[in-house]
Design a protein around this ligand. Structure first.
Ligand code: NAG
Ligand code: NAG
Ligand code: NAG
Ligand code: NAG
Ligand code: ZN
Length: 649
């Protein structure tokens, strides 16, 4: 029963999202730094009492410890098996080093992190950690040598302490002793005599994942302009599930004039998903629980989950991911695994992001777009389900829209250019972003690799923002209307009496709409009545020449495709219709009573702002471009390579 006190396994993931002008894509370098992080594995709760303390043998799966101060022996396996997964409890611990934040910074930080954690815990359930969560110490740090003779009682125990040992850290964060188990030294190979090097901490109650939050202007933050945040996972349990991680938020992120709450929330969710399992370093430790009804009970290691298909595309082939892809693209092609990004792939072609051409707009694509356009999509949730560590409510996925029903070859380099899909475009014309919330310009980016799609304009492309109407030079003769219920339509309407020389080519224009059924809606242009706009057809408008094209299967089908809620002053026109697409509000209010919070920002009693800890893990640097959304709509966020890591860990 005596597992080595502190087994170690090094895994490092680093994710960097940076804003790079002019493209202003946020780039995620999660994978690049990954190879350097130490991950400590082991039971959350040490099941074995030291032999010197054991007074009787215990039945398998039911172990008791008797040493004073040792708490919460694990519940019997049979009992654990019966407990249904419950929403993951993510405890936020603010690092001591972050204690000098101004009130204004705290007011930006706390709601964003709480909201992100609230979203994640509303999606993922786990078999909860019984008793307080205790992280393990790294024996390679506190111990100078181990007893190596298997025939001695103290085999694999520490024989001599490392005099220089101080504490455990994760990245820049010092883990409080209170969160760590104790460690002992056995000066003699065969004697139960031991010296307590560090007593066991109290652990963190009611916690399944410990998120150390560190707000600093670190070297990494300064190393590239626009880095917003990064994260690592630090410690895993015996089933491989991450138990702790650090999210570093670059302090500039909180002080920028262009700070965006929604972008910050999405950034933190993206990083949490990496740290919780969507990481190429964790893919090989995912578990197959298909023969078990409970997450992580009776599951077997999956082994390799990423394989390359006949066209050279690396994909994740696990059950839920394959079926989510098949239902999304409406294809029964068995080769349809979850496609991984080729451009930031490491050795073996494996990346920690989805391929942007196929899963554009996903929260786990390598580039994050404007927050209104990022989706917590069904394929990402399926992947988290297939880790085996979580039970995921797949019906809470947001509609991805991008590529829906387009078939197995959608998004391939060979098909994106041939006009076979309305999601791609050619030339550089003006049109509409595929969600029709924004006007767009036909553009490519590094992840699209030459495929083009309509991306929001840098400036004023939101149809739902009334203030954009003022700067529209076209509205006088094109009949545009901006507002919460306005959407983008391809149109070449021109007022008959207009003195301006009209542009007769079709381009994106903003008109207001209201839903009358699934995929059925009416529109209104300046001065007109409400008119039916038949999906897939086109209409003429009295007093105007030209046409408005009515998009098919884009409007009044997805109740969760809406402008950001802070722009919805009035009730949305989109009285949505019953449809099969789950609705998940990406911004549930987590500001309610603390009792309802899965996440609590916990402050140590003695500090105004808490102290943090980190164990090892998945790291994510988020770029600043995100912050510039409100003012200048950055078309996308690019992910690029991070500098080679610090190497220290
Ligand atoms: C899954 O989420 C849906 C939508 O929020 C909810 O109605 C349903 O009860 C949830 N199912 C479970 C098993 O929690
Ligand atoms: C695609 O459509 C554009 C504009 O409608 C046209 O100019 C181009 O020739 C078409 N390309 C192909 C391959 O059909
Ligand atoms: C955006 O619009 C503002 C006001 O119209 C203008 O001053 C600014 O230069 C524009 N920015 C870009 C990138 O076009
Ligand atoms: C508007 O566009 C349609 C479709 O391209 C075209 O047939 C029509 O001539 C255009 N009308 C005007 C007034 O430019
Ligand atoms: Zn990432």
């Amino acid at each position: 029963m005596a597992s080595p006190p502190c087994q170690r396994l090094w895994v490092w993931t680093l994710l960097v999202l940076t804003a790079q002008l002019p493209a202003a894509l946020h780039k995620c370098v999660f994978d690049e730094v990954q190879s350097q992080v130490t991950v400590v594995t082991g039971p959350a709760i040490r099941p074995d009492a030291p032999p010197s303390q054991s007074t009787h043998s215990v039945p398998t799966g039911q172990q008791h410890s008797h040493s004073p101060g040792r708490r919460a022996s694990p519940q019997p396996l049979s009992q654990r098996r019966g407990a249904p997964p419950q929403p993951i409890r993510i405890q936020i611990w603010v690092s001591r080093e972050s204690s000098n934040l101004s009130q204004a910074e705290k007011e930006r930080l706390e709601p964003a992190v709480e909201e992100a954690v609230g979203v994640v815990s509303s999606l993922l359930s786990v078999r909860r950690v019984p008793g307080p969560l205790l992280l393990r110490r790294d024996i390679n740090k506190y111990c100078k040598f181990l007893w190596k003779n298997p025939s001695t009682a103290n085999y694999n125990r520490c024989g001599r302490a490392n005099r220089h040992y101080r504490t455990e850290t994760c990245l820049d964060v010092t883990i409080p002793d209170d969160h760590l188990d104790g460690c002992d030294v056995y000066p003699e190979a065969d004697s139960p005599l031991r010296t307590v090097l560090r007593p066991e901490g109290a652990g963190v109650p009611d916690t399944d994942f410990l998120l150390y939050l560190h707000v600093q202007s670190t070297d990494k933050c300064r190393s590239e302009p626009g880095v917003l945040a990064y994260a690592v996972h630090c410690q895993t349990d015996t089933q491989g599930r991450p138990l702790a991680g650090v999210v570093v938020i670059c302090r500039d992120t909180l002080t920028r004039e262009t700070f965006s709450h929604r972008s910050t929330v999405q950034t933190v969710i993206h990083e949490l998903f990496h740290a919780l399992g969507f990481s190429k370093d964790l893919f090989s430790t995912w578990r197959d629980c298909s023969s078990s009804s409970q997450a992580a009970v009776g599951c077997s290691p999956r082994g390799r989950v990423a394989h390359t298909d006949g066209s050279g595309q690396t994909r994740i082939y696990t059950q839920s991911v394959v079926s989510a892809m098949q239902s999304h693209l409406r294809s029964i092609d068995p080769e349809l695994g979850g496609p991984l990004e080729n451009l930031d792939a490491g050795p073996g072609g494996v990346s920690s992001h989805w391929e942007s051409r196929v899963l554009q707009g996903s929260i786990m694509a390598a580039a994050l777009e404007h927050p209104a356009l990022v989706r917590i999509d069904p394929v990402t949730l399926a992947a988290l389900q297939d880790t085996g560590w979580y039970s995921v409510n797949l019906s809470r996925a947001q509609s991805l829209v991008w590529g829906e029903g387009e078939g197995a070859t959608f998004g391939s380099l060979s098909t994106c250019h041939n006009n076979s899909s309305s999601f791609f475009c050619s030339g550089s014309a003006l049109g509409c972003h595929y969600l029709h919330l924004h006007k767009g310009e036909c553009q490519t980016d590094q992840y699209l690799e030459g495929c083009r799609t309509y991306k929001p304009l840098k400036n004023g492309s939101e149809c739902w923002k009334e203030e954009n109407e003022r700067r529209s030079v076209e509205r006088d003769w094109s009949g545009e209307i901006y507002g919460p219920n306005s959407r983008c339509f391809f149109s070449n309407l021109t007022r008959k009496e207009s003195s301006l020389s009209p542009n007769s080519s079709v381009e994106g224009r903003c008109y207001t709409h209201r839903c009358v059924g699934p995929n059925r809606y009416q529109i209104q242009v300046s001065g007109s009545e409400w008119m039916d706009c038949p999906a897939g057809g086109a209409i003429q408008v009295q007093g105007y020449q030209g046409l408005v094209l009515c998009p098919d299967r884009r409007l009044c089908l997805y109740s969760d495709v809406t402008p950001p809620s802070d722009y919805l002053s009035t009730s949305p026109a989109s009285t949505t219709t019953s449809d099969s697409h789950g609705t998940f509000t990406s911004a549930p209010s987590v500001t309610g009573s603390p009792a309802n919070l899965a996440a609590v920002i916990r402050l140590p009693a003695e500090l105004a702002v808490a102290s943090v800890l980190g164990v090892t893990a998945a790291m994510c640097l988020l770029a600043a471009a995100v912050a510039s959304y409100r003012k200048h709509l950055s078309p996308r966020v690019r992910v690029h390579a991070a500098p080679q890591d610090p190497g220290g860990l």
